[in-house]
Design a protein around this ligand. Sequence first.
Ligand code: 2AM
Ligand code: CA
Ligand code: CA
Ligand code: CA
Length: 256
Amino acid sequence: MEINRLSDVVKSWLYEAGEMVLEALNAPLKADEKSSRKDIVTNVDKEIEQFFVSKIIEQFPEDRIIGEEGASRNHDNDTQRTWLIDPIDGTLNFYKQKDYFCLMIAIEQEQGDSLGFIYELMRDEMLWGGPKVGVYLNDKRVSMVVDQPLRDGLININSGMVINNRYNAQQIIKQSLGIRMVGCAGIAIKEVVLGKQVAYMSYLQPWDYAAGRILAESVGIVVAAIDEEQLTLTKRQVVVFATPATYQEIRKIKEL
Ligand code: 2AM
Ligand code: CA
Ligand code: CA
Ligand code: CA
């Protein structure tokens, strides 16, 4: 399928899923704990993941799928394309605030054909695109990022890393204009892609950053593991999204 057609198809799935989420908010949500009291999954996370998986299987039965809530398909096949699904990113926000969450899909492919989608439903904002097609907020092209240094920008760092001063997080914050925390990786990455903030840093799983990485790299943002290992699709890592200048400063400060 041609890349513009593919992005239209995926956006139509996200809009349809958004309608399902709004509908589901009319009924009480059911939440289960995963690894801790702060790490939950709701009935809606599972329903939306299933919805995306059924759409992918229907149209692209050979493709590999990785979903946060357990979807896994064709991992042994020599497939060209991998889908990463985070059905509701910011589940705790979704559950407690019915706001500040997003739906994310990444399509990893060769030759610059990757696509990322971050759909912030409650603001009606679809951030989508990739290296070949460019990045758009709804229908408006997003420009290449302005390379602002840390001292001129707002940053977002995972609250646990700040509390425990991991990688000298408190010093990084002091050297910035200030910290903003939203509790949703997709929204945090979206703010960096749109040039509103200069960096985001958190412990992230592949489905938390896959869509964001494709979008961010397409507008000139550095995306890297803080320990400078390769980012892999198989484990949790501390991932930094930053303007090139801010990334260099974070690298220096984290070693202090
Ligand atoms: P999630 O809501 O899809 O689980 C919250 O700080 C942000 O970090 C959310 O985007 C959340 O994604 C993500 N996150 C990643 N690992 C997490 C974990 N173990 N517990 C809570 N949030 C996690
Ligand atoms: Ca989760
Ligand atoms: Ca997530
Ligand atoms: Ca999720």
